[in-house]
Ligand binder design. Structure first.
Ligand SMILES: [Zn+2]
Length: 99
């Protein structure tokens, strides 16, 4: 790669996108850490992948299609996957300590 081409490539790397990506990565690792506590895989579901209506086990309210949320998949029982509002999942310990 010539020096000129490399400089152009660096210029096209937009800081806005990078910051958002970093935020996503931080969220993913934070969610994964909460999953570790309960032996589950916790992954964010992007609005474009949220095509169905779910009932959140945390608040019993609807998670509407095209809403960003999380899916929680117990490692020893993948069939028992549950969709949660992101905030409900992150708040669940505060509501039910020791459970
Ligand atoms: Zn909820």
């Amino acid at each position: 790669m010539s020096r000129r081409t490399r400089a152009a490539a660096q210029r096209s790397h937009r800081p806005g996108r990078s910051a958002r990506w970093l935020q996503e990565m931080q969220e993913v690792s934070r969610l994964a850490a909460t999953g570790e506590e309960v032996g589950a895989d916790v992954r964010p579901v992007q609005p474009s992948n949220a095509r169905k209506l779910y009932i959140c086990p945390g608040c019993q309210q609807e998670i509407k299609p095209a809403t960003k949320h999380v899916v929680v998949v117990p490692r020893d029982a993948p069939d028992l996957r549950r969709h949660w509002h992101t905030s409900c999942w992150l708040m669940r310990d505060r509501r039910r300590p020791g459970n």
